[in-house]
Unconditional design. Structure first.
Length: 117
């Protein structure tokens, strides 16, 4: 696996998939986003060294993100007044799609072969 793909699959996409929310939501959660980025940075560094258990944990986290996003979309996309929150819907679907793609992609054989421990 090339260095670009490792950076993309281990560093960038996991963090983007988890914190991909509308700017209005992100504006009030800077500290939480910083903690999440730091967590995924540490997990990506562990993945970079080839620990297969970290890969399994990353796949699990992305699967949980898909489930949580679907639950959030079903409960908060339309308000009680019947007004749709379109930015939240679009960002939620995009974040779930990124996490779903990453969950499927990380379980492929070429990624597993790079894990040495």
């Amino acid at each position: 696996m090339s260095v670009f793909k490792k950076v993309l699959f281990f560093f960038l996409l996991p963090a983007i998939g988890v914190v991909f929310y509308p700017p209005s939501v992100i504006g009030s959660a800077y500290s939480a986003i910083g903690i999440v980025f730091l967590f995924f940075l540490v997990l990506a560094a562990i993945l970079w060294h080839g620990y297969s258990k970290a890969l399994t944990f990353m796949i699990f986290l992305n699967g949980m993100n898909v489930i949580v996003r679907i639950m959030m979309l079903l409960s908060t996309t339309v308000s009680k007044d019947g007004v749709a929150n379109l930015p939240f819907l679009l960002y939620g679907i995009a974040g779930a799609a990124i996490s779903f793609y990453l969950m499927i992609r990380l379980d492929k054989i070429d990624v597993r072969q790079t894990m040495t421990r």
